[in-house]
Design a protein around this ligand. Structure first.
Ligand SMILES: Cc1cc2nc3c(=O)[nH]c(=O)nc-3n(C[C@H](O)[C@H](O)[C@H](O)COP(=O)(O)OP(=O)(O)OC[C@H]3O[C@@H](n4cnc5c(N)ncnc54)[C@H](O)[C@@H]3O)c2cc1C
Length: 476
């Protein structure tokens, strides 16, 4: 359950740390302001300090201490805003406390929320098992691209120590977006500053998930474990039953199992409402096979707004274009949208350059129901269990869900690491803050979703985007 020191990247220094405990908390260069790898940096600097301590104590030879002090720092840079960092001592305190309270943490669901949570816990020295229903990391295509916001998704990645990796995978130019009317006239055109990461750079879901998976120790994710039931145990914690009959126990269960969460039903009876239908198509190798379509979409997102319907397109990192058609929930039987001909009839009269997005699709259109939980859903705190992400607050997809799921993960991990002796207080603090944070975001998402599929959507959305910064984006 506990991450060993070897796992954290420094082998063979355990007993030194026990021996040189009095080194205490190492404040890591609080005057410097430009880093992102706070945990590793703090950890290695702490270990360096401990080694210096050992050299001093053994030989009294200060030159040995100097030699140790000059050990290369492996290119780590300090953390922004001069924050103090977790130290070796703190990691050990957390590990010891977690061991004492015998806390086995199960995360149901290895989506963006669950993996971010596992990663940040791991950086604090707390192990968790992620139970994921998919058979392997490559079992399913992960869908489109996401824009990560600085205050939520990007913040969580910084706490996961992955901000640098994110920058190398993300596409700032993907932030460019245009809104057109059915005649193909441009209503809004947003161009980000070239190369700037200050806004909301796009990253493919698959790249983001790979980044998180690659940052976890082997065995952190139990693939092919679809949770079917969680039963409270008399002494606390839960017995977990998986599809196929396997079982496990845990002391703390975190439901990160998405829109149709199994864990949610242990905390709230909130149901889902059907808010829209999204029909998806994909155009591979668009620049070569459909250059006009590729040029129309550009490097980011395109939304063509009609009456009660939207035709949208988005470019992925590999040059694929994903097309999404959004319509009101109950307009037609969902199976109608499996027919390309039926879709083209719906967009009869639209400029042919736009309907080319439907014609160019590689395979049959795939419709899906878009659902949401009632805004402001809360639950009474129960010991040993909580929810993050879509399991906690499924909202219409207008650019917030993944960002909030990742921020939930960062905040919950932070509370657990700050208070490992009392996980229930940690969960309570997380839940209160999460309810307060996500309620207005869910309300805004519901309003934007309704506005997008209204008869006056083009005017309303143009006003929305020109009156304030582009926040949030329509369904992709
Ligand atoms: C079309 C569309 C576009 C979107 N665009 C954006 C966007 O641009 N920006 C944004 O921030 N958000 C966006 N969202 C929302 C975003 O996708 C979700 O909010 C986000 O993925 C939630 O993360 P999660 O980890 O809570 O759930 P998920 O990502 O759904 O992950 C849940 C995981 O749990 C697993 N699972 C489910 N049930 C079980 C079970 N019983 N046992 C074990 N494992 C289970 C699943 O296989 C999955 O891996 C969009 C959503 C849609 C539908």
């Amino acid at each position: 359950m506990l991450a060993g020191l070897g796992d954290l990247g420094i082998d063979g220094v355990d007993h030194q740390i026990e021996q040189f405990g009095p080194v205490g908390h190492v404040v890591v260069e609080p005057h410097r302001t430009d880093t992102e790898l706070f945990g590793d940096l703090a950890y290695r600097q702490s270990v360096e300090a401990l080694r210096v301590g050992k050299a001093d104590r053994r030989s009294g030879d200060l030159r040995a201490a100097q030699r140790h002090r000059r050990r290369p720092r492996l290119g780590f840079r300090p953390f922004p805003h001069g924050q103090r960092c977790a130290t070796v001592r703190r990691i050990h305190e957390i590990q010891r406390t977690v061991r004492e309270v015998m806390m086995r943490i199960a995360i149901a669901g290895g989506g963006l929320g669950g993996l971010t949570l596992a990663r940040i816990l791991y950086r604090h020295g707390i192990d968790a098992v992620v139970y994921e229903r998919e058979a392997s990391r490559s079992a399913r295509s992960q869908g489109g691209s996401l824009d990560l916001h600085p205050e939520s998704g990007q913040r969580a990645l910084a706490e996961a120590g992955l901000a640098g990796r994110f920058r190398s995978e993300a596409r700032p130019e993907g932030e460019e977006h245009r809104i057109l009317d059915p005649a193909g006239r441009t209503l809004v055109h947003h161009r980000p500053q070239p190369g700037s990461f200050s806004g909301r750079p796009e990253i493919d879901r698959s790249a983001l998930r790979d980044l998180l998976l690659g940052s976890l120790p082997g065995g952190a994710v139990a693939w092919q474990h679809r949770l079917v039931a969680a039963t409270p145990r008399p002494g606390g914690g839960f017995g977990l039953t998986f599809d196929g009959g396997r079982s496990a126990d845990c002391d703390l269960l975190i439901g990160a199992d998405g829109a149709r969460s199994v864990v949610r039903s242990l905390l709230t009876e909130a149901g889902l409402s059907y808010v829209a239908t999204l029909v998806e198509l994909s155009i591979s190798d668009a620049d070569r096979r459909h250059p006009a379509v590729a040029e129309l979409v550009g490097p980011g997102n395109l939304w063509c707004i009609g009456v009660n319907q939207i035709l949208a397109a988005q470019r992925l990192g590999d040059g694929t274009i994903r097309v999404g058609i959004s319509v009101r929930a109950a307009d037609r039987d969902i199976d109608t949208y499996r027919s390309r001909r039926a879709l083209l009839e719906m967009f009869d009269g639209w400029d042919p350059s736009l309907t080319a997005l439907i014609e160019a699709g590689d395979s049959a259109p795939t419709p899906r129901r878009i659902e949401a939980m009632p805004t402001g859903t809360r639950w009474a705190h129960q010991p040993g269990i909580t929810l993050i992400g879509d399991a906690a607050h499924l909202m219409p997809p207008v650019g917030e869900g993944a960002n909030q799921a990742m921020l939930d993960a960062a905040e919950l991990a932070g509370e657990l690491a700050a208070n490992p002796a009392d996980p229930d207080s940690a969960i309570r603090a997380y839940e209160e803050a999460m309810f307060t944070r996500t309620h207005p975001i869910a309300e805004m998402s519901a309003r934007v979703q309704a506005m997008m599929l209204s008869p006056t959507a083009a005017e309303d959305i143009t006003r929305f985007f020109t009156a304030r910064p582009p926040d949030p984006a329509p369904t992709k």
